[in-house]
Design a protein around this ligand. Structure first.
Ligand SMILES: Cc1cc2nc3c(=O)[nH]c(=O)nc-3n(C[C@H](O)[C@H](O)[C@H](O)COP(=O)(O)OP(=O)(O)OC[C@H]3O[C@@H](n4cnc5c(N)ncnc54)[C@H](O)[C@@H]3O)c2cc1C
Length: 183
């Protein structure tokens, strides 16, 4: 039987979607060692999200990421909002923001910006690496990962579930997912 290698990091983020990548960048910026495990070998190139709001633009600007995001955005008329890509007239003047119209940007392009930023801050992004099991103890979490180099156990002080709506972490930890009707 192959002995699993054991590695360490402060924080393991599971999932390299926009949530995991943004968090990884923030943690690395704060001097925390962070590893992101993402089961997809390469970004899918698919885009569910199509746009970001004024507040998201403000946060990206605070991190110096708005220019790179704007360069990848889709040109459109300034309409103030959208639903499923369709313009929605919205009076944003009361928001007093520099970015009242948000940006129309496919999610995968924004993920490129966030992943580049996270890597530049020192985060490690391990693609093709799937979380398959975990065990919590007093000193943190042992995560079983299956990646290109085989199985590995990564010990972290904290593990953050950024693995989407069908979260493996949620299922492994037995956290319920009530459907809004209390079921
Ligand atoms: C049709 C549709 C339209 C949408 N439109 C918009 C929009 O216009 N604007 C907007 O802001 N949002 C929109 N959204 C919502 C947006 O897509 C989600 O909020 C966003 O994807 C959530 O990001 P996330 O990082 O939390 O999760 P996800 O994007 O789901 O990323 C989770 C990641 O975890 C990885 N993963 C899962 N399991 C494991 C595992 N066991 N091990 C390792 N990795 C794993 C997955 O491969 C994935 O890359 C839309 C969603 C849908 C479905």
């Amino acid at each position: 039987m192959k002995i699993q290698e054991r590695q360490e990091t402060d924080v393991l983020v599971v999932g390299a979607g926009p949530t995991g990548l943004m968090l990884a960048g923030e943690l690395a910026l704060a001097g925390v060692t962070v590893t992101v495990a993402e089961r997809q070998q390469v970004p899918s190139g698919q885009s569910r999200g199509g746009g970001i709001t004024a507040r998201t633009c403000e946060i990206l600007a605070m991190r110096g990421l708005l220019d790179a995001t704007s360069e990848r955005a889709v040109a459109r008329e300034a309409v103030g909002g959208h639903f499923a890509g369709l313009p929605v007239p919205l009076d944003t003047r009361p928001w007093r923001t520099r970015h009242p119209d948000g940006l129309l940007i496919p999610q995968d392009r924004l993920e490129q910006v966030l992943e580049t930023h996270a890597l530049e801050q020192g985060a490690i992004v391990r693609r093709g690496t799937e979380l398959t099991g975990l065990a919590a103890g007093d000193s943190g979490v042992d995560a079983a990962l299956t990646g290109p180099d085989g199985p590995v156990v990564l010990h972290s002080r904290y593990l953050v579930a950024c693995d989407g709506g069908h979260s493996t972490v949620r299922k492994l930890t037995g956290i319920a997912f009530p459907d809004g009707r209390g079921q």
